[in-house]
Design a protein around this ligand. Structure first.
Ligand code: NAD
Length: 502
């Protein structure tokens, strides 16, 4: 035993230390800026998942038929509490993820947007009605909850990504089992306690921590109706294939390699600001981060200078100290990302800024890597092809718009992309020709607002439904069509004693 706090699961409205007869494993949770283990977290077993699913199933029996107004009131309450205490959530997030406090606050704000969207669920789930499709016959459709739904989330947005799903799931009458990332798990319990405070009945929202063992138990449990997953592409594919083969509805969002195409007529100051924000915000650990700038010549030299200037002003350090960029999530991940800088040199690219040489405001044990800029990256290099998921921005010089679009469309990923130009015609053509799910036009990170849905194309998503927005509502409901006949005595039906009209 380490003597550190051990984070429990959250089942049936209370912390849950697992089955004492079958104690599970635990794993370390780091403070990445300090490079120390701050607590341990339980790794759930199939038994823990089974108890969480059973609690959810029991809660669903009444939550699924609770009036939609009551469900809406719980969400309004949650929204208010979250708004009042968002700084507390942001601070927990920074201490385990490492992103700077302003990024953490932004993450919470984007999650809150989805909560607000879900507050409109009575309007969003109104069915359709067709009167008199035949004599005395009406047809109408109603949207019903699925039952127990599973959510599996990644480390990089431990508050926002669960909030892409659970507000909609709960508002539509489902009960939830969340398996958050084991790397920054505490915000999940914090949100569970807040939902309870907002009036959510016990068992409607449960958290089981852990790794593959807990995930597999959720993917194969017969009482789990659906899985909403966000993470890397290989795991998204595995989750999709496993859960669908067990009869579940699945939305599985995967990895990304997002390109920014810069035409020669673009405002290069705006481009440089955008590239720095989108490349190094949250230390590049965003699925919508820009990792490749496609510079249509002859602008590359000028653009690189502008980006380099701005990078020189970025302060890397402890996110609690008002820096611009925090550490990476683990030491192993930092080493892996830093290794790509050597690969770049070996593959003939030009390292313009080497993040390994950057100063940082924090102890040496922190998982630091400063912002890195690499020019002339060959498209055959793994620096270009792999999702690096760190503060490494590549520049690829291209001769034309068409060459840029060809590269974007050749990528196996299709999450986000952006074009920077002052030519409206080129922008319109780009939004049509780019085989990517989210397009920015002079906007580097085109994350849709909560009332549009979020999701990419190709290897960036498995399944048919994107996250939140209208597709999220569809995902968490199934439609029942009712064909109903009520005989009207005036039509010569059963004589109920009413006067017959002639
Ligand atoms: P990850 O795939 O390693 O983990 C995601 C979840 O899957 C975690 O809960 C983890 O515990 C679980 N998991 C990990 N390995 C598993 C295995 N072998 N079997 C079963 N479950 C397993 O991803 P991550 O490193 O936490 O997050 C970063 C990745 O997520 C990046 O690839 C990023 O692009 C992606 N991401 C995508 C989106 C999107 O919307 N497309 C959003 C955020 C993050």
């Amino acid at each position: 035993m380490t003597g550190l706090e051990v984070l429990d699961h959250w089942i049936a409205g209370a912390p849950d230390a697992g089955d004492p007869q079958q104690p599970g494993r635990t794993g370390p949770v780091y403070d990445p800026a300090l490079g120390v283990v701050s607590k341990e977290v339980r790794y759930g077993t199939a038994g823990d998942v089974g108890r969480a699913v059973a609690a959810a199933k029991e809660a669903f029996a009444s939550w699924g038929t609770t009036s939609i107004t009551k469900r809406q009131q719980v969400l309004f309450g949650f929204r208010q509490l979250l708004n009042e205490r968002k700084d507390e959530l942001a601070a927990i997030l920074t201490s385990e993820h490492g992103k700077v406090l302003s990024d953490a606050a932004g993450e919470v704000a984007r999650g809150l947007e989805v909560v607000e969207f879900a507050c409109a669920m009575p309007h969003l789930t109104k069915g359709a009605f067709s009167p008199n499709v035949s004599t005395d016959v009406d047809v109408y459709s109603v949207k019903e909850p699925l039952g127990v739904v599973g959510i599996i989330s990644p480390f990089n947005f431990p508050a926002m990504v669960p909030m892409w799903f659970f507000p909609l799931a709960i508002a539509t009458g489902n009960a939830v089992v969340l398996k958050p990332s084991e790397k920054d798990p505490s915000v999940a319990n914090w949100m569970a306690a807040l939902l309870k405070e907002a009036g959510l009945p016990d068992g409607v929202f449960n958290v089981v921590h852990g790794d593959k063992e807990a995930v597999d138990a959720l993917l194969t449990h017969p009482d789990v109706a659906s899985i909403s997953f966000v993470g890397s592409t290989p795991i998204a594919k595995y989750v999709y294939e496993t859960a669908t083969s067990h009869g579940k509805r699945v939305q599985a969002l995967g990895g990304a390699k997002n390109h920014m195409l810069v035409l020669p007529d673009a405002d290069l100051d705006l481009v440089a600001d955008s590239a720095v924000n989108a490349g190094f915000g949250s230390a590049g650990e965003r699925c919508m981060a820009i990792s490749v700038v496609l510079a249509v010549e002859p602008i590359a030299d000028e653009l690189i200078e502008k980006i380099r200037d701005r990078m020189g002003k970025l302060v890397t350090g402890d996110g609690r100290k008002g820096c611009d960029m925090g550490p990476l999530i683990t030491r192993e991940h930092r080493d892996k990302v830093a290794g790509y800088i050597d690969v770049a040199t070996a593959d003939g690219a030009a390292v313009v800024v080497d993040g390994r040489e950057a100063d940082y405001d924090g102890p040496d044990e922190g998982f630091w890597l400063g912002p890195t800029l690499i020019d002339k990256v060959p498209t055959s290099s793994s620096v270009y092809r792999d999702e690096i998921f760190g503060p490494v921005l590549s520049v690829v010089r291209v001769a034309s718009y068409a060459d840029g679009v060809e590269l974007i469309n050749a990528s196996p990923y299709g999450n986000g992309t952006a074009i920077f130009t002052n030519d409206g015609g080129a922008a319109r053509r780009f939004q049509r020709e780019a085989e990517v799910g989210m397009i920015g036009i002079n906007v580097p990170i085109p994350v849709p607002v909560a009332y549009h849905s979020f999701g990419g194309y190709k290897a960036s998503i498995f399944g048919d439904a994107k996250a939140y927005g209208p597709q999220g509502v569809e995902f968490f409901t199934r439609e029942k069509a009712v064909t109903s006949r009520w005989l009207d005595p005036s039509h010569g039906g059963i004589n109920l004693g009413f006067p017959q009209h002639t």
